[in-house]
Design a protein around this ligand. Structure first.
Ligand code: NAD
Length: 469
């Protein structure tokens, strides 16, 4: 068959690209070997958020007395939580299927592989097609990475997909890696009463984010008695039948930890194999498929988007790249700006960030102005009993232009949007002073952090805000 735009992979990158291309009037074919929605909807963002919502509900009932509500002790019914999670996933996957159908996108169920630069074979259950396309978008995603440590072949060792569908809650778990996946699962299991130990090779939690966020998370976890070892490496795992013995090397010596399960959360690898990229002439490495700012690969009619590109592996970024690739394939010239791309981590307390970290701002040569505001001094947070964390703004000191917004605390992911907007509009701290934040809301903390950076906070004593290079 022939098609105008062919997309390989139906995750948040691919299915959004398909919808946008169809909106622009193209005849679109989407190839997907498993379920539309990809990792995000099926075994990533959505199922973790559904389980985290169950954990939040459990925590709220556990704390009910604090709010003057008397209840019996809650029970964490893991199978019921799994059932609820499955329903949320099913609902969203069906929603995507309906959207694709209504948009007139042809979905072929099978594995896509290039036979030549313009021809892709699709092979699946009852499907065997050769599709010839004018434009092709590769959106094949990524899979969990592993590391060469002895003992990781044990069935007690999980990746994030395995951890999401455990038949029962373990009593204890060691989590290797304190990136987004590691800290989200740590929060989930700890809240539900599992004994958790997080092991991170670098000196702090969430090492790629602003240093104050990782330190803030470590403080909050110490208060919650969630154990985290930083500057620590996994050396060996021994399966003792009913439990694992996990050997960790730390700065103060070797530690042996016994746990029922181990979750490996040490990053993800782009799915570049078995795609026939050589036949298409597309350059790639195990780190991904390089693209230019318009999402084009080295072959002008072939684009790549989402995790398979390597670099930022976030669902919303993949969708954004998908829209850009579809528009560019059909005659547009859209380029993306990584600077305004937010990153949210759904641990407890939640973390969200957009723009430059304080360190990155220094490294770029700015004189940096910083302001922070603790949720402890925010009326809504106190009323809701969620006072862990703070808002931090990073600005350059000459014009007070905002460079970054970093939040740890209640609903951080829902508070980050104004940061991206301000970066896009090149807003200054003085403009944050002009914006009226409704009261009482958590977003007042953003304005107060901006005021703190200007040296004129109203709800906390003034701080010194300029940190010279
Ligand atoms: P990551 O790269 O974010 O974090 C992996 C962590 O593991 C790093 O901090 C690294 O230093 C550590 N590590 C690596 N080897 C180690 C070892 N031998 N011992 C101890 N620590 C070790 O990867 P991830 O958390 O697995 O997530 C994968 C991708 O998916 C990332 O790109 C992430 O941004 C994305 N993701 C995002 C979200 C979200 O935004 N909420 C959620 C899940 C996944």
């Amino acid at each position: 068959m022939k098609t105008n735009v062919l997309i390989i992979g139906g995750g948040p990158g691919g299915y959004v690209a398909a919808l946008r291309a169809a909106q622009l009037g193209a005849q679109v074919t989407l190839v997907e070997r498993e379920h539309v929605g990809g990792v995000c909807l099926n075994v990533g963002c959505i199922p973790t958020k559904a389980l985290l919502a169950s954990a939040d509900a459990y925590e709220m009932v556990r704390r009910a007395d604090e709010f003057g509500v008397r209840t019996a002790s809650p029970v964490a019914d893991w199978p019921a939580m799994q059932e609820r999670k499955a329903k949320a996933v099913q609902r969203l996957v069906s929603g995507v299927e309906v959207l694709l159908k209504k948009a007139g996108v042809t979905v072929l169920r099978g594995h896509g592989r290039f036979l030549s630069p313009r021809t892709v074979s699709v092979a699946g259950d009852g499907v065997s097609e050769q599709v010839e396309a004018d434009h092709i978008i590769i959106a094949t995603g990524s899979r969990s990475a592993t590391i060469p440590v002895p003992g990781l072949e044990s069935p007690r060792v999980l990746d994030s997909t395995g951890a999401l569908s455990l038949p029962e809650l373990p009593t204890s778990i060691v989590i290797i890696g304190a990136g987004a996946i590691g800290v989200e699962f740590a929060s989930l299991f700890h809240t539900l009463g599992v004994q958790v130990t997080v092991v991170e090779m670098l000196p702090r939690l969430l090492p790629l984010m602003d240093a104050d966020l990782g330190e803030g998370l470590a403080r909050a976890w110490r208060r919650r008695k969630l154990k985290a070892l930083t500057s620590a490496r996994l050396k060996e795992v021994s399966d003792k039948d009913t439990y694992l013995e996990v050997q960790i090397e730390t700065a103060s010596g070797t530690q042996m930890i016994q746990a029922e399960r181990l979750l490996l959360a040490v990053g993800r690898r782009p799915n570049v194999e078995n795609l026939g990229l050589e036949e298409a002439g597309v350059q790639y490495s195990r780190k991904g498929i390089p693209v230019d700012a318009t999402m084009r690969t080295n072959v002008p009619h072939i684009y790549a988007i989402g995790d398979v590109v390597g670099g930022i592996m976030l669902a919303h970024w993949a969708s954004h790249m998908g829209v850009a690739a579809a528009e560019n394939a059909l005659g547009g010239h859209v380029t993306l700006d990584e600077r305004t791309n937010p990153s949210c981590v759904f641990c407890q307390p939640e973390v969200a960030s957009v723009g430059l970290t304080e360190q990155e701002a220094h490294d770029k040569g700015y004189d940096v102005r910083v302001g922070t505001f603790p949720f402890l001094a925010n009326g809504k947070a106190v009323a809701a009993g969620e006072t862990d964390g703070f808002v931090k703004v990073v600005a350059e000191a000459k014009y007070n232009q905002l460079l970054g917004l970093h939040i740890i605390g209640p609903h951080a992911s829902d508070l980050i949007l104004p940061g991206g907007l301000a970066l896009t509009l090149e807003a200054t701290l003085d403009e944050f002073k002009e914006i009226i934040a409704p009261h009482p809301t958590l977003c007042e903390a953003i304005n107060e952090a901006a005021l703190a950076a200007l040296g004129i906070p109203l709800q906390i004593p003034a701080q010194t805000s300029v940190s010279k290079r």
